[in-house]
Structures are given as C-alpha cells and as structure tokens.
Design a binder for this molecule. Structure first.
Ligand code: ADP
Ligand code: MG
Length: 295
C-alpha cells in the first residue's frame, strides 16, 4: 500500500472514531475470516448489576445482610466488574463493609479472604466444585437464573454454600446488528469468554453467534486465538479487559474497546474510541477501500 492511501484510510478511521495504529492492520483487515468477540464489556455494556440475591435457608448464617456484608467486603478488594456490582449492591442495601485479611483473587474462578476468622469464598460453581463445596442446596435456583442468561456467583463461608447472586449485564444496542453484518460479509463470529458455558450460550444466541468458547481461563485466551489461527484463518480479536491483552496481541488484528482498560488498548492495533462495535465493520470497509485504491 502506498503511504498516501494508508494516510487517507487512517484519517477516515479517525473521523469515525476508529484509531488505527499501523499500516499493517489497515492492510490486513479486509482479509479477516474470523472475528473473536469477548463477551463482557465488548458485546455487553460491561456494567453488570446484581439482580437477585438468594441465601440458603435454615442455616445459622441465614442473615442476608450479614452474608452480603461478607461477600461485598471481599469483593471490595477485587477489580473485576462483577466485584463492583456486588459492592454497589451492598451499598444500595446500606451495608457497611468490613476488614478483610488474606485477600486472594483466583483468575477465572473468584475471590477469597478472611473476615473475622471466617473464610469467605465468592466465585463460580466450577470453582466451588474444585474446592469440594456442595452446591446442591441452591441448584434449582441457580439453574433458573442461568437460563435467563445471568452470571451466577456462589458465596461460601467456611466451606459451606450460603448464597448465590445473579448478575446481569445488558447487551450493547448494536451488538446483534453488528454480528449479523459481519456474518453477511462472510466472516465467522466467535464468542470468547471466561464466563460459564450456559450463560455464554444464551447471550450468544441473543446476538446470533453460533460458535462459543466459554470458561476460558484468562491465561488461555491468547492460546485460543492461536488455535483459531491454526485453522488457517486470519483472526481479529475484539476485547476490553486486562485479561484480553495477550489475545489482542496474538490476533492478526487486535481491536480494543476504547472505554476499556489501557492495557487492552496498548496491546491492540485498532481502538474503537466510543466502544461502538459498528467500528469493526467500518474498519473492514475502510481496509477494503484502501486496498482497492492501491490496486
Ligand atoms: P470474563 O471477564 O470473560 O467474564 P473472567 O475470567 O474474568 O472472565 O471470570 C470468569 C468468571 O469467574 C466470572 O464470570 C465469574 O463467575 C468468576 N469471577 C471472576 N472474578 C470474580 C469475582 N471478583 N467475584 C466473583 N466471581 C468472579
Ligand atoms: Mg471483557
């Protein structure tokens, strides 16, 4: 490509809220075959809220607000969007947070810590199983919530499940339309998420994505992109989180959500400033036009 056509393409991108870092990505974007989309913060708004809080009945710990205090006190130490939702929910219930010792975040699983000699663990059902914690008591409630496309987190105190919380994160208004447009352009659209399989599939169906790679640990996201590239595909990754940065760097074209983390933006080739996914389509069209001008 000539420097002039690249400059024109880059300029038009900027006019449309799309920052294109190098000439390479503009030249590559028209060759894309697979678009990998992160779920939280990319397809969804990334502003999760707690919609349900259910506690186990008949236990000594059946004091809802006390349990909420334990969970939110732990979550206050986490930077995960889910953690923010839990803390906000606790604040809305006028619950004061308390001191936590030995806080630990287990990527892709959850968080834990000690509150006044109690071990509090908050995270996925899979993690609870790995810890040998029985989840039977709230299984039917959990089932119903996940079928609604919500992310359910489990709260255990001293190794016993005491409650669950359902967290909902609305789709961006343009997500379904953009997925459909990309598919019409002949691209395969894939969802990549650390969230559980069932929730991921329900959200995927809502936006028309057929291929879902869920429960992917943060350190496995880049390897997953690599596997897609090994299918002889030119792959773009679109993401917003710290967890997405290695995958953004691994992809042939890394596309960051401008409202996401600085680390994701730094690792990417293209940034969608407002976070509007329509920018993916615009970038591909710009690339096609740029290449046409060159030939
Ligand atoms: P993603 O950002 O794609 O949702 P993560 O790997 O960050 O994926 O998280 C995967 C899952 O681990 C989340 O859906 C959630 O269930 C659980 N999890 C992660 N962090 C926390 C946290 N701070 N509190 C509760 N659950 C968490
Ligand atoms: Mg995300």
């Amino acid at each position: 490509a000539t420097p002039t056509s690249i400059m024109v393409g880059t300029g038009k991108g900027a006019e449309n809220g799309i920052l294109i870092k190098g000439a390479d990505s503009l030249e590559l974007a028209h060759k894309l075959q697979t678009i990998v989309l992160d779920k939280t913060g990319t397809l969804t708004q990334g502003k999760p809220t707690v919609t349900d809080f259910i506690t186990v009945e008949g236990t000594a710990n059946n004091n809802e607000l006390k349990l909420l205090q334990l969970a939110a006190s732990i979550e206050r130490n986490s930077e995960h969007p889910i953690a923010e939702a839990v803390v906000q929910y606790a604040q809305s219930q006028a619950v004061d947070l308390t001191v936590v010792q030995n806080f630990q975040a287990i990527a892709g699983s959850g968080v834990q810590g000690n509150v006044s000699n109690k071990l509090v663990q908050v995270g996925t059902r899979r993690w609870m199983s790995e810890l040998g914690i029985d989840t039977q008591a709230l299984k039917s409630r959990w089932d119903r919530l996940e079928y609604l496309g919500k992310t359910v987190i489990w709260i255990a105190v001293d190794g016993k499940v005491q409650g669950i919380m359902a967290i909902s994160d609305a789709l961006k208004p343009s997500s379904a339309r953009v997925v459909q447009t990309l598919q019409k352009l002949g691209l395969e659209v894939v969802m990549l998420t650390g969230d559980n399989q069932r929730t991921a599939e329900i959200i995927a169906r809502e936006v028309g994505i057929k291929r879902v790679l869920a429960e992917v640990r943060p350190d496995q996201k880049a390897a997953t992109v690599e596997q897609l590239q090994a299918e002889e595909k030119v792959v773009a990754m679109v993401g917003d989180g710290i967890n997405d940065a290695p995958a953004l760097a691994q992809a042939d074209v890394g596309i960051a959500i401008g409202t996401g983390t600085d680390i994701a933006i730094a690792a990417s080739d293209i940034t969608l400033i407002s976070g509007d996914l329509q920018g993916i389509v615009t970038a591909i069209q710009l690339s096609r036009a740029t290449i046409r001008n060159i030939r």
